[in-house]
Write a protein that binds this ligand. Sequence first.
Ligand SMILES: [Zn+2]
Length: 307
Amino acid sequence: MHNADHSLLSLSLTTLVLFLLVSAQEDHQQDTPIARFQRYLRINTAHPNPDYSPAISFLKLQAQSIQLQARAIEFTPGKPVLLLTWPGSNPSLPSILLNSHLDSVPAEPSKWVHPPFSAVRSPDGKIFARGAQDDKCIAVQYLEAIRNLKAKNFVPIRTVHVSYVPDEEIGGVDGAAKFVASKVFEELRVGFALDEGQASPGDEFRVFYADRSPWSLVIKAEGTPGHGSRMYDNTAMENLMKSVEVISRFRGSRFDVVKAGVATNSEVISINPVYVKAGIPSPNVSGYNLCSSSLKIHLLIINGDEC
Ligand SMILES: [Zn+2]
């Protein structure tokens, strides 16, 4: 194991240990790690309208409080990447990059026990907020780990960069993709990167060296259109059903493996229909119903290459 890998390992372990320790002693009113975490969670960066600006301001303030260099870069207007830097004692070595994403998936408030951006902490220590686990906790763990190490006068050998990227939940096209293709990223000379992993309800943390690959697929079925009062061979629905049946069988076979406890969700290929669109919207009036000529189903397929 390389020296830098040792320091990275100790850094990531410190983040985990620190997070577990502070989670037992949060005081809502104080400027504690948990209180700072809650403040970050109260900033709504959920899709479809993530509010990145206050999130960047909050993280910049946190970075300033621990003397990290900070710069926000907009590769796409309104979609900033925040980059923090902690210079190492030997900046000629390749650097370490700690990444997390600013955005989260949408929340439906009516289905939540507590409002999704209230970051309420229950007496048993659970914090309720959209994005808490995926992955604002990681963003805050990076900062708190650095704060902790700096308080002990630790200086990393390699320069450590921390990046906060937008739009990860919708593919990262305007976020990480533009960032890694940029001159800015090239100049960081990243030798090792750490990103989000899998949540753990206990004290065990699995380390992954790869991530799953999503494949977004649209199946469009076409067929014979016609008046809704008659039936035809070769309709779009019949044609679409052939694909749906094959996909459902494959999905079932993978899901059975998970249900049997032989593999976890991340170890099999997941496949989920996410959106079905019918061809011709027509009012439900007798004599005006049309048999649609085309249907579309959107699927999200994620392979299980994590290990
Ligand atoms: Zn995530």
